[in-house]
Ligand binder design. Sequence first.
Ligand code: ZN
Length: 291
Amino acid sequence: MPPKLPETLIDSHVHLFPDKGFDAIWKAFDQMYQVPVLHHLYHQECIEYLRARQVGPIVYSNYAHKPGIAGSMNAWNRELLNRSENLFCYAAFHPEDDEALAMAEDILSHPQVMGIKLHFLIQHYYPHDSRFFPLYELIMDRKKRLLMHLGTGPIGNQYTGLDHFKILLKRYPDLPVTIPHMGGYEYKGFLDLLDDHPDLYLDTAYSFWHQAPGGYDQGTEALERYQDRIVYGSDFPNIILPRKDEIEGLLSYDLSSGIYSKLFYENGARLIQSACPECIHFCPPHVHTAY
Ligand SMILES: [Zn+2]
């Protein structure tokens, strides 16, 4: 184990879906990105894979790409969380569902639910669409969080990008949000927002493969400056290059072990503790090999 990694990692960006959902997503990856996903592993295999590689707490998400499925997705989430320790979830929401808000309220009451995942690229809404405002207000009221995929990388559309997010922050400057992929490709713009929005975090998923074009480009200084606001996430199992290489990409910045401990554990733990205060006793990973 490289000395700079903490003994236990928190992975704050994992995807778990019912088996049928995974099948559809892997097919979509082939079509959308023309690159196959590396690991065709279903949810239990994903958890086991990560737990065998130093990962303790896992924060996963899923999302509703169309109306009518958030309810069954969240029923699945509830069942999985009930039988899984040390597993936390950003649950599904679709603004066009009947009773969308009541459903959100219900799933947010689960002690292992961190908040709601919104995927604007796929869901085809603007983040500042007023149909989401009741959800945002509910999230703040319940002290939960949002995981918002709205960056332009690896592909974007009219609904994604920094400018839309800024419009939203004007209305809700204290919205508790994690932006995946370090805000890529608009890395600098999203990092700059961290100064003025204390509950905004970025995650590292898909941003630190040296062999992939378009990765994080803001150097060591920004990682040091924002060391308290970045959480490690892998995007497992929907990755197209080895997960290990991205950890090594992060280690190659040669930051202090204190900073790596924040990125790979402490910051993620703080978010879990704030959103899921009833679950503060993390269990150690069952089997240790290497990351
Ligand atoms: Zn993801």
